[in-house]
Design a protein. Sequence first.
Length: 291
Amino acid sequence: MLIPLPNKPLDLQPRATDIIVATYRKCGTTWMLQIAHQLRTRGSMDFADISQVIPWLEVCSQIGREVDVDQVANPRVFKSHLPWEALPAGGKFICVLRDPGDALVSLYHFFNGAALPLDCFDLDTFARLMFLVPDPSHGFYWHHVRSFWSRRHDPNVLLCCYEDMKRDLPSEVRRVASFMGLAGDEERIAIATEHASFAFMKQHKAKFDELAPSLALRKLRGLSVDGWKDKVRSGRTGDSLTALSPALRTELRDAWQREIAEPLGIGSYEELRERLRSEQPGAGSTPLPRE
């Protein structure tokens, strides 16, 4: 079910108001899509599956869905897992960043038994085959971070951190509302915040499975349609502290040093969060805990 990254421009001419939520896999994509949709509709849950109201850019052409058409509300919102340079120019972009270890654990649990045969890899093997190295079938975490970090000062780019969304969701929803041109409507923001809570999304988890595009792609590739996973799993942060072996934690630190620290001068993910907080007004308004 792994989807190759497109090597040609996507069939979309973004409008100036369009919002493209472009995150690496399992870094809060569905969560941010829900925030954006709730903000633009003032809380509508009138959809069977969120993919019906927010197209997934990489998938539309493969399942015969038109992309560049009006949506149920404005601004239009799109989903993508592509890095900056692979996206169509124009519009606005939201990227959610997440601790690489937590992203890896979530990605493994999601793929295991759904996109991959159940338990065909253990977590360490999965990490070394599909996370620590570039792979055209699903992208590269480190490159995704670099590509959007370099655009963080652009007025049409908003960077958020998954952990800040967990710690202070109302403040992050307010930042997104401002970015979407919907600032000042506190009732709208309050509704969107409630509908983007983990408890609310878990209660309505069937609406976030993206079954239509996912199962269509599996059928196209001759894969079983059984075993698809809920997108709303645990919503936790810090799973990597207990789930990853000491050897794998070392490999992740080495990868961060090689892929992020050396080219960007940012020594850790927590340092990245601190930098973002200092550079983007309102980012992560709740103070970070000190070790």
